[in-house]
Design a protein around this ligand. Sequence first.
Ligand code: ARG
Ligand code: GLU
Length: 705
Amino acid sequence: MKRFLIVLFSFCLFGYTAVADEGMWLPSLIGTQIKDMKSKGFKLSAEDIYSVNKASLKDAVVLFDGGCSGELVSGEGLLLTNHHCGYDQIQRHSSLEHDYLTNGFWAMDRSEELPNPGLKVSFLVRMDDVTDRVLDGVSDGMTPEERKAKIDANIDALKKEILSGVEGKGYMVSVESMYYGNQYFSFLYREYSDVRLVAAPPSSIGKFGGDTDNWIWPRHTGDFSVFRIYADENNDPADYSPDNVPYRPRRHFTVSTKGVREGDFTFVYGFPGSTREYVTSDYVDYVLNYSNPVKIRLRTERLDIINEAMESDPELRIMYSSKAAYIANAWKKWQGESLGLARLGTLDKKLAYETAFIEWAADKSEYAGVLSALSETYADRLPYAAASDLFIESVNAVELFGMAYGVAAAVTNGSDLTAVYKDYSSEVDRQIAYVMFDEYMTNMPSEFIPKEVSAMTDSLGSIRAYVDWIFDNSVFASADRATRLVGTTAAELTETLKKDPATSQWNALAAMFTEVIYPVVSRTDAELAALYPVYMRGQMEFEPDRNFYPDANLTLRVSYGTVEGYREADAFWLLPNTTLEGVMEKDNPEIYDYDVPQRLREIYETKDYGRWGINIGTRKEPFYTVPVAFIATNHTTGGNSGSPVLNGRGELVGINFDRTWLSTMSDLEFDPQMCRNIIVDIRYVLFVIDKVGGAGYLLDEMTLK
Ligand code: ARG
Ligand code: GLU
């Protein structure tokens, strides 16, 4: 009876039945979900999604640049991803003369496509359950260290074996754990390294709304960019060469120009980075009460300085645009996440769940002590984890310290220093350093402040004077000064590095991190890694009917759901589609983020939408416009950016690029009422390529339907 009550209690309280639309599923095991998917509108089979033997949709999906997703849309290697995923490449090709960030870039034929050294895309060749191999010889009596060593050795041997079984260039294998080490999969990838920029809209389309609208619905961003993969004459991976030819994928997506409507089934096929749905209340407490508040405060201070600089000078805007977007993105997400966790009461729910779990586990020796052991480990870890967060977000954010190593490397290789300083302003960095050192010296417990730093600050009289001393005297603070080092011998360079105030102070700080802070973080990580498999197994036994999916870990996943609006607040229902009308309503030449490009204004004035115009019915009268973005209930996270969003027939209907503000806590708790992913409508992408970019020739190689 008691057990019955607990089970009943856990269902009511946590609502954990196979919740609609929550979950990121492994494509090779998608069969378990197919019934549910079909009932919602999926028209294909599990084999169409993933197959080792025949071409399947997985062959048209890539991991882009190690952190985003992308999709193939032609038989000639044409690839779509987000504008913000290609942002670094677009920025690197930009200068005041060729400002592709501001004006966009459109290759008018293949000879104009721009190579991007260092950029890679990876295709998943196959994935296999290798749990038995990885856990072979692992036994209960082992210490966490022994266990880890055995697993690592097994993984190394397995990887070698897998790689020796394939012939050809570019193969890469990784072995990843699912359900906290209860299951392991190997992933064999093929990596292509000649990936060229084909097109990017101006930022006033690709990043329309900027950081103001980031994470926000309704949204009007054309967040896409276009690349092309090249291969050698055998279609194999090859580094850039003018002799390379467009890559011929096994499969590319058909593009649907029919659009989607509220209620339509969609699925997302991509590489979600990281979620933690099964962690304890200790972790949620840490995020909510320690980590997020500190990280948010420090980034607010840093962004205030950077934004002011960018407003004041167009050159600084180009230099700092990519950095600012990067810093602001997580900053804003953390704020939404904290609000969402508070709104859902995630911490209290976890605590109640743990109380029930402990009661259930009381007579099960395997699980009885696991939660208290996890709590103790988290308590040990807390001061060090907090110090680590503060370190990383404060002094580690002073770029001067990194410049020293960039210069040293360039001098040693005889490469050009201007590249090192291309996006660096010593004045902006100094302003940041004032604030970051103030944070560090004020908020770090004294045992984490190196003597060298406190002694120097004391002797100079203030933190400001200390920072000035570093910036006034470091040879690395400007390109002009650093050029003095060009041509110096290795010995002289070492001597300079030793004496320079930036490097000597940084060495003391870095030693504090690597010798005092990090070892405890890393030891407790290993302890957590030994305990979580047990707790995860326990949860699966505790709730035998719950449909568990593995946390995201940058492996290929399928999420599915439907196009759907949501209730933002009382009597405030948000519709799932936006249109060009909304772009024009936001248009304001005075505000950088909302300054619609002139070409788009003209198209809007003359309603020259060509085949991309649609009539949208309203209660009064239909209007003629162009679709821009939509939202759906798919469970996504960072890394899913650029993922193909597909209809029930597996045709491309959009590119995933964001989540709504109210759903950013879904990395810890997914709320089906609220959670929506944000997608740029593929018809807007095609419209912009065609009408704004004048690169309609690219559409000819796609399969449009
Ligand atoms: N929020 C999206 C993601 O997490 C888009 C970020 C890029 N856009 C921006 N305005 N910073 O990556
Ligand atoms: N923009 C995110 C990315 O770069 C996706 C949004 C999210 O976190 O869901 O992957």
